[in-house]
Design a protein around this ligand. Structure first.
Ligand SMILES: Cc1cc2nc3c(=O)[nH]c(=O)nc-3n(C[C@H](O)[C@H](O)[C@H](O)COP(=O)(O)OP(=O)(O)OC[C@H]3O[C@@H](n4cnc5c(N)ncnc54)[C@H](O)[C@@H]3O)c2cc1C
Length: 385
């Protein structure tokens, strides 16, 4: 089978690896516009659950990657000056560049051809193929140019975020919320290598307007955020890497393929970064597409692509819905920080997607459950009664 993949992110790379492992005779090439050593962003996180699929489906790759992961057993929610550690929520992280480099080496060793610094603007540029895979991320031209075929919807969400790093090595995945005179600032921060952490700053749209970020230079923006989070950064600088304020597009497609063209990863759908599942979903798409070809065979492309959507939709939709509920929560963060006590706030955070019940909190972190029950005795009844 001749497969041409657009985009060397986690989705495209992992699909290439799986298909090559299925049959080394497959002729597989990936086209990537960036050079081999360039990427955006800092580290990405995986929840324990997010890594389970890899541990179960592909232990060899899991072992290969896990040596490079930073791990923590808990997360910390900081409500102004009160830190609430919440146990029972394992996370792991890795630099995005490091993850990609490991995957480049992995697929190249399998015999996949990687073409870097090749911007593809038409499928014909990649030559004839039995299958074209659009794995070119959230802003995929392949999707936008074929929106009628894919039945695409895009919902631009209102919060603003900027992806920074810092030299401070944080000891747990932490969500810090600080009230300022202009509104609440949230930082999602976590170490992804011994001397670096991701430091993503998020604010509600009104806060962003009140501060006047639109007319600030990149340097002024960094200095402003350093001041807001001075207590957390403890003198460490914020590091910018082509960082700029963005809004999150929630992307969905009713149809995932047409003819011999299929979308996977962020090109197919985006899931808000607050649930730490974008990379996991991208890699799970790759697994599902590979399994569809494994089951349906490689001669009937339409049949395999139909099976891909049918089998992948239910589990993926669950996580996508949770990610969207999480966005709703972040869009109300000013009110929540203001109205709730630190314990209530941490509890609200933990239960925000509706997928974690009071019984789950009791199991994971009895101390938090007890503190919350003191304030809201009625919840104890929902477990016992
Ligand atoms: C701020 C932020 C924080 C995030 N944090 C996390 C996190 O903590 N955990 C997590 O799991 N996920 C996180 N994500 C999401 C994660 O980065 C993506 O979900 C994941 O990378 C998707 O993988 P992908 O392979 O589908 O696409 P991408 O990783 O976007 O890869 C697409 C590739 O296609 C290439 N490309 C695009 N157009 C062309 C073209 N025309 N020609 C050639 N090449 C092209 C791009 O250069 C890119 O390398 C975050 C995302 C953002 C924006």
């Amino acid at each position: 089978m001749k497969i041409r993949i657009l985009g060397a992110g986690p989705a495209g790379l992992y699909f290439a690896a799986l298909m090559k492992r299925l049959d080394p005779v497959h002729d597989i090439a990936i086209y990537e516009r960036n050079p081999k050593d360039a990427t955006w962003g800092f580290g990405v996180v995986f929840s324990d659950k997010a890594l389970e699929f890899l541990r179960t489906d592909d232990d060899a790759l899991y072992q290969y990657l896990s040596r490079h992961l930073e791990n923590w057993p808990e997360i910390t929610i900081v409500h102004n000056d009160t830190a609430i550690p919440v146990a029972g929520n394992g996370f792991a992280s890795i630099g995005r560049l490091e993850l990609l480099t490991l995957l480049y080496d992995y697929v190249e060793a399998l015999g996949v051809k990687l073409h870097f610094e090749t911007e593809v603007t038409a499928l014909s540029q990649m030559g004839d193929a039995d299958l074209y895979v659009g794995a070119n991320g959230a802003f995929s031209w392949l999707r936008t140019e074929n929106e009628a075929n894919f039945e695409t919807t895009t919902d631009w969400r209102s919060n603003r975020f900027i992806w920074y790093g810092t030299t401070k090595a944080f000891n747990s995945l932490t969500l810090t919320f600080r009230e300022t005179g202009h509104g609440v600032f949230c930082a999602h921060h976590y170490r992804y290598r011994p001397d670096r952490s991701t430091f993503l700053v998020e604010v509600e749209e009104d806060t962003w307007q009140r501060v006047g970020f639109e007319s600030m230079s990149a340097e002024e923006t960094v200095r402003y955020c350093e001041k807001v989070f001075a207590k957390d950064l403890e003198g460490h600088p914020i590091i910018s890497n082509h960082s700029y304020w963005r809004q999150f597009p929630v992307i969905w497609n009713e149809r995932w393929s047409f003819d011999n063209v299929v979308l996977i990863g962020d090109a197919l759908r985006t899931a808000h970064f607050s649930i730490g599942s974008g990379t996991r979903l991208a890699m799970e798409d790759a697994v599902a597409l590979y399994k569809a070809f494994k089951n349906a065979g490689t001669t009937d492309i339409t049949c395999a692509l139909t099976e891909f959507q049918a089998s992948r939709l239910p589990p993926m939709k669950k996580i996508w819905d949770a990610a969207n509920t999480s966005i709703d929560w972040y869009e109300q963060m000013d009110k929540l920080v203001h109205d709730l006590t630190p314990v209530e706030f941490a509890y609200s955070y933990m239960t925000r997607t509706g997928r974690v019940s009071h019984a789950d909190i009791k199991k994971r972190d009895p101390v938090l459950a007890q503190a919350y029950e003191k304030l809201h005795p009625e919840v104890a009844l929902t477990v016992h009664g």
